[in-house]
Design a protein around this ligand. Structure first.
Ligand code: FES
Length: 102
């Protein structure tokens, strides 16, 4: 089980509890504004883009090549960007704070 905090671009904070599946699915199921998951999680839309807190980067690890390629097309990409459909909800993510990209 993991408690995951989402901060939207409106600075709204929502903490949700996840058990399995992807972080994108968890966000969509909990109506997190700004995470749409348009492609269904196949890494081809970037509507699930989040920024990880630098000090928590080790919890999520680096994106694979396909994810990095997709992120390159996003104007708001940062060094700590991830596509949340490529992140699995595991106990390791407990306490993580994710800022929804604009
Ligand atoms: S849901 Fe489309 S890239 Fe993540």
């Amino acid at each position: 089980m993991a408690l995951i905090t989402f901060i939207t671009s409106d600075n709204e904070t929502k903490i949700v509890e996840g058990h399995s599946g992807s972080v994108m699915e968890l966000a969509v199921n909990n109506k997190i504004k700004g995470i749409d998951g348009d492609c269904g999680g196949v890494c081809s839309c970037a509507t699930c883009h989040v920024h990880v807190q630098p000090e928590q980067w080790d919890k999520v690890g680096t994106p694979n090549e396909m994810e990095s390629d997709m992120l390159e097309f996003d104007d708001n990409v940062s060094k700590y960007s991830r596509l949340s459909c490529q992140m699995q909800v595991t106990d390791n993510l407990d306490g993580i704070i994710l800022k929804v990209a604009k």
